[in-house]
Design a protein around this ligand. Structure first.
Ligand code: ASP
Ligand code: MG
Length: 468
């Protein structure tokens, strides 16, 4: 077999146990594949800390950001100490870490001195440190174990537009870079360990691919190297019937189509970055999602399925959305544009998914806030939109509040009206704000009040467990 891309998430690279598992997986797969590329996230939680450091620096809170940097240093150094690395590798890594953190402190200092003219690339240059550190640790571990391996900053490979926090790759330029600088390495049996999440504009300014973007890095590399497969190694047994943190009876799903996986990711399953599926679907590159701590488990295989068989509901997700209401009907164009533009300004994401319903005397719109926009985005958007609606005469009568969108996913749900009926029967006592069948036919979304979301999620999941 030729090329395999394996991405290891923050929980895998953040723990000694995860790294030990990763090592044995890489050693095993390097025997089976001619070319192997590794993509890594930052250690669990590090990206959040780095973002926090940039905020503190802009508030000129020197003690705050220095404490974060000191904690990060401590965490990376103790991880290295716990690994079976030789003295030379250890020393080199420690000096790399110190150098990077030292440079980062200097940038934080500049931010703190001149908070009024911050450039986005300065912020993302700081955020990029997480992946740059983890890639170096992983490459050192592979070298120590007899592999030829180097850490590579994806800022030299993946070229994007200048939507800094949620950038989109220019595939032609990226492919060219990869062909020129990565392919020769692969030919020489070197295993590159590539930083996920981060990229750069054509002029070399650092960008990121949205929160959770390392998955997207793996799929970009997959299509640009014509990989046979892309594997995502995470800390759960693949794609699940629901988020196991929310529903303890959730179980993994063996097979999914690209369409189902994309719906799952768009509607809130944090396990995959929403934009990673489409490029793989276009090239029919199979995707596996597997548990680094339980590599014996099959995980989930996502690929094109010719099946025309309805298979019931496979999974259910819940995601925050922004609901907009008015007690009148009329054109929705301006209000949609307002929300879309604001969402884009705050998060860099467009409102890809919108659910609308209208009667002769009322209008309702729900916009999905993508997971790649990060945790705080929903709240920030709500505040901003409320403010804009108040200020603007044109929008008198419109109001905004957070809602939840619970989505049931399964092939051909649009042909299984008994499923829709059964879902609605189980939710008879709950006020649903809107219901929508996904265009692809494999999803039904229910818009609920935030406080009803857990009940709806649980009841739909019960249906998954009991359906024939
Ligand atoms: N480290 C980045 C994040 O936390 C990217 C990733 O983990 O995929 O969003
Ligand atoms: Mg992730």
């Amino acid at each position: 077999m030729t090329t395999l891309i394996m991405k290891f998430g923050g929980s895998a690279v953040g723990l000694n146990l995860g790294l030990t598992q990763m090592l044995s997986i890489v050693l095993h797969e390097s025997e089976r594949w001619r070319k192997l590329l590794i993509v890594v996230s930052a250690l669990d939680g590090v990206t959040d800390q780095l973002l926090e450091a940039t905020h503190l620096a802009q508030l000129s809170n020197g003690r705050g950001y220095r404490r974060i940097v000191a904690n990060m240093r401590q965490r990376h150094i103790s991880l290295i100490e716990s690994l079976p690395l030789g003295v030379t590798e250890k020393k080199a890594l420690e000096s790399d870490i110190d150098q990077m953190l030292f440079e980062m402190l200097a940038v934080c200092q500049t931010l703190s001195d001149f908070p009024e003219n911050v450039a986005p690339e300065t912020i993302y240059g700081i955020v990029a440190v997480g992946e740059r550190l983890s890639a170096r640790i992983v490459a050192a571990l592979l070298r120590q174990n007899g592999q030829r391996s180097v850490a590579i900053d994806a800022t030299d490979l993946i070229i994007t537009d200048n939507v800094f926090g949620n950038a989109t790759p220019n595939l032609a330029l990226t492919r060219q870079r990869i062909t020129e600088s990565l392919m020769p390495m692969l030919e020489r049996k070197i295993i590159p360990v590539i930083t996920g999440f981060i990229a750069s504009t054509q002029t070399g300014k650092i960008t990121v691919l949205g929160r959770g973007g390392s998955d997207y890095t793996a799929s970009i590399l997959g299509i640009c190297t014509d990989a046979a497969e892309v594997w995502i190694w995470t800390d759960v047994d693949g794609m699940m019937t629901a988020d196991p943190h929310e529903i303890s009876s959730a179980h993994s799903i063996l097979h999914m189509s690209y369409e189902e996986a994309a719906e799952l990711a768009y509607f809130g399953a944090r396990i995959l970055h929403p934009r990673m599926i489409e490029p793989l679907r276009e090239r029919a590159i199979p995707l596996r999602v597997r548990n680094v701590f339980r590599p014996g488990q099959p995980g989930t295989l996502v690929q094109s399925t010719a099946s025309t068989l309805a298979s019931g509901i496979k999974a259910v997700t819940s995601i925050r959305g922004l609901g907009i209401v008015a007690s009148r009907s009329g054109s929705l164009t301006h209000i949609s544009a307002l929300v879309d533009d604001t969402l884009f300004r705050i998060t860099g994401s467009r409102a890809d998914v919108m659910i609308a319903s209208q009667t002769s005397s009322s209008s309702f719109l729900a916009f999905v806030i993508p997971t790649s926009a990060g945790q705080g985005a929903a709240h920030q958007l709500e505040i901003e939109i409320e403010h804009l609606l108040e200020q603007n005469e044109e929008f008198a009568g419109w109001s905004a509040r957070l809602v939840n969108i619970v989505t049931a996913i399964g092939a051909h749900l649009d042909h299984q009206y008994t499923m829709t009926v059964e879902i609605l029967r189980r939710l008879a006592d709950i006020k649903l704000l809107a219901i929508s069948h996904g265009i692809g036919g494999c999803s039904i979304s229910l818009v609920t009040e935030v406080e009803d979301a857990d009940t709806v999620l649980n009841r739909v999941h019960d249906l998954i467990l009991t359906q024939p």
